[in-house]
Design a protein around this ligand. Structure first.
Ligand code: GLV
Ligand code: GLV
Length: 323
């Protein structure tokens, strides 16, 4: 019997590939840059499964070019790049990797928050550029404290809650904005549920943890930024389009807020001439929040196990779209 075929759109960590290779014919796109739409269509025309990245746009045209496709396993928690409706119509499972990256993501949100508020990146550049001429000065590179300040969590899912827990460890007060109340979270972190406007007005650090959808696209616009304190910082490793970048640029340039730290952009990779990159009061990263070896290994295994389950006629564990 010929083996079932799995197309993997990037070289994922080896543990996941080893699991897949036990049972299936595994076709891996080994180039560092993503395959084009035409290439994906060509490679999945006889595939039973595809393992995708958040940077692969998996639209109806791609889905419908694969008559045998049974599962789309996404190496991410977010799945706004996949046409879920088209998958559902075809009875194709969509799975993702929740939990595995919760701590890694929250760690990176916290790292971004520390980096912008204590000017870590700016300080590094300062030393390397030979600008450190005076050994010590009481007002050299003053930053903002964390203890006793307020962290505002927008989107109290797993990652938002994990970020809040870290803030709690630094004696920060926690506010959150979420569609539903989270009583356990409130108890555990002393978190208080508030309206978005109140959160923006009161927080010293606003951290975004919502998925990208019709309700969250452009959520942080000029009007919302205007509610924030002049001394406040905006942190995001959610999805780029949750923030209107032009509005953020204006707010940062005119010092309407103190700073921002972003791991995500409206277009990725963000062009080198993105005006945001001209500003000093911003720290940026290339969408690497889940990038630690342990986490990326776990993610590859979760996808591989879900693909194996579906191709063996069983239910996968991490269902976004099921039967
Ligand atoms: C990363 O951005 C993810 O959604 O996993
Ligand atoms: C995101 O917040 C998640 O639920 O993992």
């Amino acid at each position: 019997m010929t083996k079932m075929k799995v197309f993997v759109t990037r070289e994922i960590l080896p543990e996941g590939l080893e699991i897949l290779r036990k049972n299936f014919d595994v076709d891996v796109w080994t180039e560092y840059a993503p395959p084009s739409k035409e290439i994906i269509k060509e490679r999945i025309k006889d595939a039973d499964a595809i393992l995708t990245m958040l940077s692969d746009k998996i639209d109806a045209e791609i889905i419908n070019s694969a008559p045998k496709l049974k599962i789309i396993a996404q190496l991410a928690v977010g799945y706004d790049n996949i046409d879920l409706k088209a998958a559902k119509e075809r009875g194709i499972y969509v799975t993702n990797t929740p939990d595995a990256l919760t701590d890694a993501s929250a760690d990176f949100s916290f790292a971004l928050m520390m980096a912008i508020s204590r000017r870590v990146v700016e300080a590094d550049k300062y030393v390397r550029a030979g600008k450190w001429k005076v050994a010590w000065h009481p007002s050299m590179m003053l930053g903002a404290p964390l203890r006793g300040t307020t962290m505002g969590i927008i989107g109290a899912g797993r990652i938002g809650q994990a970020m809040a827990k870290r803030g709690r460890g630094f004696d920060m007060r926690i506010l959150y904005y979420n569609r539903s109340a989270k009583p356990e979270f409130e108890k555990e972190c002393g978190a208080k549920r508030v309206e978005l406007e109140e959160l923006l007005k009161e927080s010293d650090f606003v951290s975004l943890h919502v998925p990208l959808n019709d309700q969250t696209r452009g959520l942080i616009n000029a009007e919302k930024l205007a509610l924030m304190k002049k001394t406040a910082y905006l942190i995001s490793n959610a999805r780029g389009p949750v923030i209107e970048e032009k509005a953020l640029y204006e707010a940062l340039k005119n010092h309407k807020i103190a700073g921002a730290a972003l791991d995500v952009f409206c277009t990725e990779p963000t062009p080198a001439d993105n005006p945001l990159l001209e500003l000093d009061n911003i720290v940026v990263a290339p969408h690497i929040s889940s990038a630690n070896t342990v986490t990326r290994t776990k993610m590859s295994v979760m996808n591989a196990e879900d693909i194996t389950a579906v191709l063996m006629g069983k239910e996968p564990k991490n269902i976004v779209v099921g039967k």
